[in-house]
Design a protein around this ligand. Structure first.
Ligand SMILES: [Fe+2]
Length: 502
């Protein structure tokens, strides 16, 4: 690293991207204590680039996709409620695996969608939500679902088994719970806390610093994307879902944001189920294929960031910009190391790796899996246009949850619980906001403005390591998001992105 940075704690403002007047986190206007800090003043140039690269795609989709969305909604309504095999596949071998927790000392695993109760009583008229949990047994690596517990407001949960008439309806509620907890408890914790790191890096670290050079390529689009999600009425957090024509959700934006709080501040009850966000310890359970793949990628980031840490701290062991960066961020973000802890061995490496891995692999893989795994493995009728059918996400349910084991016996098809307009909205939202739409350069094509030979060599090694990991991942989980295009997958928009851009 350029040693002149080390001796210059007060570089002139023009050595910073936004002359030290850049974006900075503020408390969330909606839920200041429960939700992650937000960047409310996005630099105009970042908004312009977002409009050009991403916003324009939304407008084109709103004009060009409604006919296909409607046709897909008709096909989706005719789908059967997922079979038990398809249900277990989606719940355990997709992004939904993030909710699976083992019960100590047994082969039982539970996916608990307790946070659904945060929306109860505040849903779009005629739609229903309910707190549910799914109980799985794992034998020789294979999962089976033995029971779905559906909460009962007046007593003990209804324990629904596969042979009960209420089973299909219970599965629909379980998939709804998985969708909402996945999209609005787990996924926001990948998006929004990282804006604090993004903004503070851009504002407080000089452009010639390796820390800036490392993180900047992974920080494009995200501030504007997240601001658009959180603060505009044109997305899926609208105060008038029906008025948008494409919002498929079962509650208003302000109600949905309660779930964000479960993923950031956590929920006190039941203890341990929704812990407070912890920056340095993201989920990557290596005993599940999805978590194992995330972990394989994380190790590649660790190796790269270790070299960058050596370069920075080798030149300047108490680097003032690193110290300030950590102090500024740790004041805002649960679990981020402060200006003392950041200099403990390996801490800077991990803090950098978590950011880079989160905004690339961990974030993008969720979108990919939610689009490509939470859908029929082989639809009886393929989508008319678009990538996959959205019907099995069960974003709205128009039949109340079962209160008795005999309830819902007539529920056979998706259309029995969800009318065409709700499904049309789900197809629109999937095309607009859920499917991955990666912009060039993707992760493995990202280059860094390093001006040191060891760091340029580290970049080459990182790209090679990513390709090695991709080969291992393909063996563990062939359906995991691809790193790059291949002979069998030529769609660049499905490759792992370099930043949060959807
Ligand atoms: Fe996202």
């Amino acid at each position: 690293m350029d040693k002149t940075l080390c001796g210059q704690p007060e570089l002139p403002a023009d050595q910073f991207l936004y002359e030290r007047r850049g974006p900075w986190p503020q408390p969330s206007p909606s839920y200041p204590l429960a939700n992650a800090p937000e960047i409310l003043n996005v630099p105009p140039v970042e908004t312009m680039i977002w409009t050009q690269a991403i916003g324009s795609r939304y407008f084109q989709t709103e004009i060009g996709f409604p006919g296909a969305a409607a046709a897909n909604a008709v096909v989706g309504g005719q789908l059967e409620i997922p079979s038990d095999a398809e249900f277990v596949r989606m719940m355990t071998n997709s992004v939904f695996a993030r909710s699976l927790r083992p019960v100590a000392g047994s082969n039982t695993w539970i996916s608990n969608f307790h946070a659904m109760e945060l929306m109860e009583g505040d849903t779009v008229p005629g739609t229903f939500v309910r707190r549910v949990s799914c109980v799985f047994e794992r034998n020789a690596g294979q999962f089976s679902c033995t029971r779905i517990d559906v909460a009962n407001p007046t007593g003990r949960p209804l324990e629904v088994s596969p042979s009960d008439p209420a089973w299909n309806l219970a599965k629909a509620y379980a998939l709804q719970g998985a969708s909402y907890v996945g999209m609005f408890v787990v996924h926001p914790a990948l998006h929004f806390p990282m804006d604090t790191v993004n903004a503070i890096t851009k504002t407080a670290v000089p452009r010639n610093h390796p820390l800036f050079q490392l993180l900047h390529p992974h920080s494009a689009y995200a501030l504007a994307v997240n601001n658009a999600v959180l603060e505009t009425e044109d997305g899926v957090l609208s105060s008038n879902p029906q008025g948008t024509w494409f919002d498929p959700l079962t509650a208003t934006g302000l109600v949905i944001k309660r779930l964000f709080g479960a993923g950031y501040a956590g929920l006190p009850n039941p203890p341990g189920l929704y812990p407070q966000y912890d920056y340095m310890n993201p989920w990557m359970d290596g005993s599940l294929p999805y978590g194992h793949c995330l972990r394989l990628y994380f190790d590649a980031f660790l190796g790269f960031c270790e070299t960058v840490e050596k370069e920075i701290l080798g030149a300047c062991p108490n680097d003032i910009y690193v110290e300030r960066w950590a102090n500024y961020i740790s004041a805002q973000l649960h679990g981020f190391p402060d200006g003392k802890a950041i200099f403990q061995p390996g801490v800077l490496t991990r803090a950098l790796a978590v950011y880079m891995w989160d905004v690339t692999v961990s974030h993008a893989a969720d979108h990919y899996s939610y689009t490509h795994d939470v859908t029929p493995a082989k639809p009886p009728t393929p989508p008319v246009v678009g990538t996959t059918l959205a019907a099995w996400k069960f974003l709205r349910l128009r039949v109340p949850p079962p209160q008795h084991l005999s309830d819902g016996a007539a529920v056979k098809l998706v259309g029995d619980v969800c009318p065409p307009d709700d499904l049309y909205r789900a197809e629109m939202t999937q095309e607009l906001f859920l499917k991955p739409a990666t912009i060039y350069p993707n992760l493995v094509q990202t280059t860094y403005a390093f001006t040191s030979l060891p760091l340029l060599q580290a970049q080459e090694k990182f790209h090679a390591d990513l390709r090695l990991v991709a080969a291992k991942v393909a063996a563990v989980m062939p359906n995991f998001m691809p790193l790059e295009v291949s002979d069998t997958m030529k769609d660049y928009s499905r490759t792992i992105s370099a930043s949060v851009q959807y």
